[in-house]
Design a protein around this ligand. Structure first.
Ligand code: F6P
Ligand code: MN
Length: 321
């Protein structure tokens, strides 16, 4: 039997029927982020001696990747405004361009020094933030692991591509998994935050994952990498509300919403402690949010387990749309 020709990212995007400009933005980003990885070795050591808006040390690579990705996004001519975890103020690009982007340019930067996987997360909106995740027109991530994968959604399923080189040495993203469906029941879990700080109810839920569900613990410290395990093998990832950090650690617009869009498009579920992460809106673009996502049955279990616990992440102001 003749081997079927692999589907390229560009062909897949064309078949999705997404707006042509959105297709262009997604494919240019996949290749830009690819070029970026070639430069990583130069920036592996050191910090900028600076703190970001959350008071965290900025790794040299964080700073460089952010600049590189922002410049490349501006060059596409398709972006009006860029919100980034590493920018103190949003970057104003082209006034009449169709898209607003929110990104975490380098997710999992504590893993740089040990050469564990890290990633890039992007959400694309037409209208400016603040918005609920329901207004996302696309979300995607890059996972810089042993292989380089690109996972995207435009609201018609979640699809995974992997970088290959053709015979002339040109990079290409080829389809690896079309219309992904998160396995049920789940096999792995990753729970962030200090267990000493977890609520007693969440601690019990965590113990039950070992004892009752007989699942395996998998926590790398990079959200993109842990998300990818859960997406492929089924399970749950959470960075919960804790005593010290009632709103958890992960950022609503740069991390939670794009990943919730990808998760829900793969048949999984997301939860903020009170609703789907896609229904949360916050006037503070840098806001954090408690995050629970994965296979449906497990997210339902965490909802039941935490039922009655007060999750203090109420947005400062709800924007009425
Ligand atoms: O972006 C924040 C982040 O680096 C995520 O990638 C990851 O899930 C989390 O923080 C790890 O936090 P901790 O070091 O507290 O486990
Ligand atoms: Mn991150």
């Amino acid at each position: 039997m003749a081997e079927q020709k692999p589907v390229t990212l560009e062909q897949h995007l064309a078949a999705s029927g997404a707006d042509k400009k959105l297709q262009k933005l997604i494919s240019s980003f996949a290749y830009v982020a690819l070029d970026a990885q070639h430069q990583f070795p130069k920036y592996l050591r050191g910090t900028m001696g600076d703190r970001n808006k959350y008071g965290e040390a900025v790794a040299a690579l964080d700073e460089w990747v952010n600049g590189y990705l922002c410049d490349s996004l501006v060059k596409t001519g398709l972006v009006r405004k860029i919100y980034s975890e590493e920018l103190k103020e949003p970057l104003l690009a082209h006034n009449d361009a169709p898209f607003v982007v929110a990104m975490d340019p380098l997710d999992g930067s504590s893993n740089i020094v040990s050469n564990n996987a890290f990633g890039t997360i992007v959400g694309v909106y037409r209208d400016d933030l603040p918005q609920t995740g329901r207004k996302l027109v696309a979300a995607f991530y890059k996972l810089y692991g042993p292989v380089n994968t690109f996972v995207y959604t435009v609201g018609k399923g979640t699809h995974e591509f992997v970088k290959h080189y053709d015979s002339e040495g040109r990079a290409q993203f080829l389809l690896l998994a079309d219309n992904m469906k998160i396995p049920e029941p789940g096999e792995v879990f990753g729970l962030g935050g200090d267990p000493v700080d977890w609520s007693p109810l969440f601690l019990r839920f965590g113990k039950d994952l070992f004892k009752k569900e007989r699942m395996k613990a998998r926590y790398s410290g990079t959200f993109v990498a842990d998300f990818s395990q859960v997406l492929h093998r089924g399970g749950i990832f959470a960075y919960p509300s804790t005593k010290k950090s009632p709103r958890g650690k992960l950022r609503l617009y740069y991390e939670a919403q794009p990943m919730a869009f990808l998760m829900e498009q793969a048949g999984g579920e997301s939860w903020s402690g009170s609703s789907s992460l896609l229904d949360v809106v916050d006037n503070d673009v840098d806001a954090r949010v408690p995050l629970y996502m994965g296979s449906r049955a497990l997210v339902k279990k965490v909802m039941t387990a935490l039922n009655g616990m007060t999750v203090n992440h109420t947005p400062t102001t709800i924007v009425k749309k």
